[in-house]
Ligand binder design. Structure first.
Ligand code: FES
Length: 154
């Protein structure tokens, strides 16, 4: 279930800590970065690799909202539609993503390239509207700029 590169990276992380439970968050992150989400089988594989009970892995993985537990596209768009972003046109961006990419909130494009989640304020109200694509921050979005930005994610 884990790729060779994920196993190698988790093994490197393991070397840094005495207690394998300390490796849980970075190990889960490795899997999510690689797969876009964390499948139950991946949690089991991490458990075996770290010799940590599955229940402990699940407890940690489900406690933090940044970990995703359903299949996602290769890239996760997190678009803010809170007050400042909406005033600056975020709703038009949501419509554009639907029209141009067939991408609804909580949905995934047919080609598996993008998933979209609407999020609360990401602290960039002064440069709204704003979004994250994976861990990359983008601000001052327009319909034109968001199209150009998304072209760079394959
Ligand atoms: S309202 Fe969107 S970043 Fe604050």
């Amino acid at each position: 279930m884990l790729s060779d590169s994920a196993v190698a990276e988790i093994n490197r992380i393991k070397e840094k800590y005495q207690d394998p439970r300390s490796c849980l968050l970075p190990s889960l992150y490795v899997v999510q970065r690689e797969n876009g989400w964390i499948a139950p089988e991946a949690m089991a594989a991490i458990g075996e690799l770290l010799n940590v009970p599955k229940a402990t892995i699940k407890g940690v993985a489900t406690f933090y909202s940044m970990f995703i537990h359903r299949p996602m596209g290769r890239h996760l768009i997190q678009l803010c539609t809170n007050v400042a972003c909406t005033v600056m046109g975020a709703e038009r961006l949501v419509e554009m993503l639907k029209t141009r990419y067939g991408l609804d909130p909580n949905g995934t494009t047919a080609d598996g390239r993008f998933s979209l989640v609407i999020m609360e304020c990401i602290g960039a109200c002064g440069t709204a509207p704003a979004m994250l694509v994976d861990t990359d921050f983008h601000e001052n979005l327009t319909e034109e700029s968001i199209t150009k930005i998304l072209e760079s994610y394959t």
